[in-house]
Design a protein around this ligand. Structure first.
Ligand SMILES: NC(=O)c1ccc[n+]([C@@H]2O[C@H](COP(=O)([O-])OP(=O)(O)OC[C@H]3O[C@@H](n4cnc5c(N)ncnc54)[C@H](OP(=O)(O)O)[C@@H]3O)[C@@H](O)[C@H]2O)c1
Length: 248
C-alpha cells in the first residue's frame, strides 16, 4: 500500500480536525491510517479516499485501552511509520464543583496519558524514518483559559509541555516533535455554540478575523510540520487561531 509514500497515522480521524488532517495527508500522496473507535465511520472515510485514488486504511482502536497496539498494527499495515498526528481528545466542560477526580483522570487518560503512550510506542519507529515527525494537537486552551474547563485546559497544557520535553529528548536531524494549537474551529463539540448569536458576538470581539476556523484551515499546519521540509522546526507549538490569542 505504501510504495515509497510517507506513512502517516492520524488519531481522532473519525471526524472533525483529525479527519481533515488525514484527508490532507492522503491527498498529498501519503499512505494514511485513520484511527478512532467508530469502525463504520472510519471504513467509510477510508473507502472514500481510496475511491479518489488515495492510500488509506481504517485503523480501529481505543487509545486508552491499546495505544501500543494501534502503533504496532499501523506499522504492520503501512510497513513502518514516518508521521504520527495525535488529534483525538475528550471534551468535558463541567465546572470544578461537578467534576470529581475520576472524571478529571478519565479525560487525562485520553488527552495526555494516551498521547504519551502512543508517542512512546511510535518513537522507535519514527527514529527509523528519514524524516520522522510526531505532532500533537493541543489547543490555545493550553495558554489562555476559559471557565469552566479545568480538565481539558490542564490536559492541553500538559500536552504542550510534553511536546517540548519529547522534542528535547528525541529531536534529531531525522526526527522532530511539535504541536499545533487550534483556536475555535467548527466541529461536532462546538456546533451548537457556533450557531448561537451570543457566541458570535463574542467571536466578533475576540477573534480578529471575526469568525470560526474551518477544519480545512488547520490541515496545512499539520502538512507542514509533518513534511521533510520542516527539518529544523522542533519543540514548537504552531498556533492556528485567527489571531485570538494574539489579542488583548
Ligand atoms: N474544534 C476546536 O475548536 C478545537 C479547538 C482547540 C483544540 N482542538 C483539538 O483538536 C483535536 C480535534 O478536535 P475535534 O473538535 O475535531 O474533536 P472531535 O470532533 O471531538 O473528535 C474527537 C476524536 O477523538 C476520538 N477519540 C476520542 N476518544 C478516543 C479513544 N479513547 N480512542 C480513540 N479515539 C478517540 C474520536 O473518535 P471516535 O468517536 O471514533 O471514538 C474522534 O475522532 C482535539 O485534540 C481537540 O482538543 C479542537
Amino acid at each position: 500500500m505504501t510504495d515509497g509514500k510517507r506513512r502517516v497515522l492520524v488519531t481522532g480521524a473519525t471526524r472533525g480536525l483529525g479527519l481533515e488532517i488525514a484527508r490532507a495527508f492522503a491527498r498529498e500522496g501519503a499512505a494514511v491510517a485513520l484511527n478512532g473507535r467508530d469502525r463504520d465511520l472510519l471504513e467509510a472515510h477510508a473507502a472514500r479516499l481510496r475511491d479518489a485514488g488515495c492510500s488509506a486504511a481504517a485503523l480501529v482502536g481505543d487509545l486508552v485501552a491499546e495505544p501500543e497496539d494501534i502503533v504496532r498494527r499501523t506499522s504492520d499495515v503501512l510497513g513502518g511509520l514516518d508521521v504520527v498526528v495525535h488529534a483525538a481528545s475528550l471534551r468535558d466542560r463541567r465546572p470544578t464543583e461537578a467534576l470529581d477526580g475520576a472524571a478529571f483522570a478519565a479525560l487525562l487518560d485520553v488527552n495526555l496519558t494516551a498521547a504519551y503512550r502512543l508517542a512512546r510506542a511510535a518513537l522507535p519507529l519514527l527514529q527509523q524514518s528519514r524524516a520522522g515527525r510526531l505532532i500533537f494537537v493541543t489547543s490555545i486552551a493550553a495558554r489562555i483559559a476559559r471557565a469552566p474547563d479545568p480538565a481539558y485546559t490542564a490536559s492541553k497544557g500538559g500536552l504542550e509541555a510534553l511536546t517540548r520535553s519529547l522534542a528535547v529528548e528525541f529531536g534529531s536531524d531525522t526526527l522532530t516533535v511539535n504541536a499545533i494549537a487550534p483556536g475555535w474551529f467548527v466541529t461536532d463539540p462546538n456546533r451548537t455554540m457556533a450557531e448561537d448569536p451570543r457566541v458570535q458576538a463574542f467571536v466578533d470581539v475576540r477573534i480578529p478575523l471575526r469568525r470560526w476556523g474551518r477544519p480545512e484551515e488547520l490541515a496545512p499546519a499539520a502538512l507542514f510540520l509533518g513534511s521533510p521540509a520542516a527539518s529544523f522546526v522542533n519543540g514548537i507549538t504552531l498556533t492556528v487561531d485567527g489571531g485570538m490569542s494574539a489579542q488583548m
